[in-house]
Design a protein around this ligand. Sequence first.
Ligand code: IVH
Length: 700
Amino acid sequence: MPADLPPSPAPDDARRRADELRQQITHHEHRYYVLDDPEIGDGEFDALLRELEQLEAEHPDLVTPDSPSQRVGGAPRDGVEKGAHSSAMLSLENAFNDAELRDFDRRAREALSVEALDYVGEPKLDGVSMAVRYEAGRIVIALTRGDGAHGDVITPNARTLRSLPLAIPAAELRSAGLPSDFEVRGEVVMPKGAFARMNARQQADGKPTFANPRNAAAGTLRMLDASVTASRRLDFYPYMLLGADGDPLYDSHWASLDALEAVRFKVNRLRARLRGLDEVVAFRDKCMGRREALPYEIDGVVFKLDSTPLWRRLGATAKSPRWAIATKPAARQAQTVVEGIDVHVGRTGAVTPRALLRPVEISGVTVSRATLHNADEIERLGLRIGDRVLVERSGDVIPKVVRVVAEGADRCPFRMPASCPVCASPVVREEGEVVVRCVSVSCPARLRESILHYAQRTAMDVDGLGEWLVEKLIDEGRVGDFADLYELGVEDLAGLTKVTKVSPTRLGEKAAARVVAGLERSKRASLARLVYGLGIRHVGARTAELLAERFRSLDGLAAASPEALESVEGVGPRIAESIRTFFTAPRNRELIARLRACGVNPVTEEPPVAPADKPSPVRGKTFVLTGTLPVMTRDEARERIQAAGGRVSGSVSRKTDYVVAGETPGSKLEKARALAIEVLDEAGLQALLEGVGAGTEDEP
Ligand code: IVH
């Protein structure tokens, strides 16, 4: 036992202290994981947990299965058992438009002979459903939905979910009007921020990533080794309360959600009691309008009749109840025909096959191409040219082919080319990779993609330097790398002609001047933008920001040791190696020297100090920005903070003074809350900035 720990208390004291610690830990887990409103920092929380673990290690008779110390998951299991559900776990009927929703309401009203019905609206969380049974206020079993009658027993995994109460004191149950035996059904989700962090970690460790938060939640919840479940953030949002017999406990569904909330379940706060169809439609639109800003993925909105006696009267079909419906967003999938396959050569030389589709509209956008990733994927899909396929578009990602729906009559196979379709150099497939790459570093296609990457808005932001112009400049031999761009004058650009199927268009003087001005402006871009724009493999915009903040100049970054690089958040051996490889290549060294000669050599400055005669509430303070601010861009906010003598950092730590959170904040906000760091919105930041030089005790 380490010398600095207090001697172990006598068993009676130990028991009392263990109880006290459990109560405190349960309280703080609820504040943090359920209410998103912690009262203490995670250091303090860890200290409580460590003390409890220490006590339990010294007095094993004190360990109870529902002690918060047991959330770490036990030894891996050999296999999965099945368990029976207390009553069928049904799925929901979908309404894809207003007419279908109206139809559902009409059928229910007619069957019940009433004028209007009261509904409860809740977002439809896109995760995995789980049923948890409690006896004497303690979890006894947790099951996946399975086939609706039987599910997989996942009790050890469920116990690791910190938003799921392990044991509820009898007095709490009584005051919420709950019996000690009951069942909760709900959805287990991985929050978007946790998903992004977990995938980044998996990638840095060379492990497979998950396609979406739902798959990640499903995979994590069913782990035979529950300690893996414990190491990732999953939340449980209940959506139904049942008695031990599998029937609703309360007459009002709304009241049952309130009761669950009262005994500390994480019941979704985005819920509403609604009268009639108009309120239902308005709530659906409100939820779907907030979809992007929510911390979890939703794939619709669920409406249930509030009165559970009416549930019984309406009953269910074999698959779904007649007292509930899910409204779903318009389909993001459509069928079409693959008319051909071409290959695209990217910035890293990756040769990617693309399906050329008969144009089809998917949620308002015409799609004519979809990525096929690589030859293995074409094989997996069993795809040939001429086949009818299902195509999916989700968010901003490139459309993809989900599966072959029907084989084409004259289908013909596709073979990946053995040489680069642009420069005819050989293509190679590196060991352990599925992607083939063009080996030539001067391949015009690679160059084109690199320059487009360099010029894009999130990198050096060169206005007007679009696809055809870049292609033209490369074809005509005027541009061989980024540095050549800075030699271009208006006279070199004006008059260049874009040939289209319709008619040729010439680049005018004005447009040419815009590009030159954009290039000039890019010389003042931040170091982070340049590091990102250089296109170092595996270095995304976020990593570039952290690298710029840590190393402050290109020279500093180029000279950094692998250890120094790996000390940056999110940088593992693979990224560090890629950065080193980039900066040791003579070609890249020469490029950087030439960029510098053209005036592109940003450094991250030490925060300028606000004039000493102007006391500033911002000076010397460290800020972290997260999410989209309503008015200011992030760059603007950063510049203003720095101008007032503050520092802007990329990650939240104990040294952070303020976190400025906009819409869709990421994990930084969670971390700020955990560390009890003050969180400002844009108005709060403005107020602080405007406070520069005003109203301090030094003033007369
Ligand atoms: S109620 C009998 N409410 O959607 C009705 N389900 O197809 C049981 N889901 O398997 C479901 N959020 O996993 C209900 N607020 C919510 C939900 C929800 C997500 C899932 C659930 C179910 C599927 C329905």
